[in-house]
Write a protein that binds this ligand. Structure first.
Ligand code: PAF
Length: 282
């Protein structure tokens, strides 16, 4: 399997794929790969004859140094895991200086408010960091399509907006959340939970599913209060937010309107680990 650390070497290797008969699928990641990532990689392989997985822990999207410091760096293990799918996968694992060309700083984007709600509100500068690195990675790889998980649904909407405003001719494909048997959305952060917490966090998805049911017959505001009360009864869980939003604008909704699509979003701390999840409501 080929692992490239420099943009130039990567481009040399990919030049033969930028032709009519080949298409490139890309899965951008920060490593610490799990089944959720592997599902994206397999999906990319079904639709393209060349798949690039980027592995880069992006410093500019962390608003908390401790979180960045604790983020697992497991390149060798990740490469072994990808080999179990195919040794034809190309891994792009640049250094920060290489991908940022020496200027490790976020750009400032205008996402029409998509970036100031929910994750954007609680993680200042996060989405400018995400958009900056995604733009750099897409421009380095130049895939036909890039795959992102819906666990980070707000990120996915922002990346769709990014390719529009930066006129990057790449299709963005969102893929369903992959869950553990108890419903916990797969995430590299789950590794930081104790055995005990990992068992109990199934509660988050259980509440999301119940919220979806409630939302079928009750108002948005009723559903929000109901969810907040469920978390109040669980002292191990510290609810940061639960919000019901319009799926396109991500603006909070208190009253339902006919014909509109809604999604519920949650961010919760357990054992100091911040977990996010979401569910389509209709
Ligand atoms: O979702 C992630 O893993 C990261 O935010 C991404 C998109 C790879 C950018 O660093």
């Amino acid at each position: 399997m080929q692992v490239f650390h420099s943009k130039k070497e990567l481009r040399n290797s990919l030049s033969s794929f930028n032709t009519k008969n080949h298409t490139i699928g890309m899965v951008p990641t920060m490593g610490a790969l799990h089944q959720g990532h592997l599902v994206l990689v397999k999906r990319a392989f079904l639709e393209h004859n060349c798949v690039v997985v980027s592995i880069f822990v992006n410093p500019t999207q962390f608003n908390n140094n401790d979180d960045l410091r604790k983020y697992p760096n497991t390149l060798d293990k990740d490469v072994q895991l990808l080999k179990t799918i195919s040794d034809k996968i190309i891994v792009f694992a640049p250094t920060a200086n290489e991908i940022y060309a020496g200027k490790i700083k976020s750009n400032s984007y205008q996402f029409n408010g998509l970036d100031t709600l929910m994750e954007g509100k609680f993680r200042a500068g996060h989405f400018n960091g995400v958009a900056t690195i995604v733009e750099l990675l897409l421009n380095a790889v130049m895939p036909d399509m890039a795959y992102f998980g819906e666990k980070d649904f707000q990120q996915l909407q922002i990346i769709k907006k990014l390719v529009q405003i930066a006129a990057i001719p790449i299709k963005i494909r969102g893929c369903p959340i992959v869950r553990e048997p108890n419903g916990l959305a797969m995430s590299s952060r789950n590794e930081r939970l104790s055995e005990e917490a990992r068992k109990n966090v199934g509660f988050i998805y259980k509440i999301l599913k119940s919220a979806k049911k409630k939302f079928g017959t009750k108002s948005a505001i009723y559903t929000i209060h109901w969810v907040q009360n469920q978390f109040k009864k669980k002292p191990d869980f510290k609810l940061e937010y639960f919000q019901i939003t319009n799926i396109d604008t991500l603006t909070p909704v208190l009253r339902k309107q006919k014909g509109k699509k809604y999604r519920a979003f949650v961010a919760v701390y357990i054992e100091g680990v911040r977990l996010i999840d979401n569910i389509a409501l209709n």
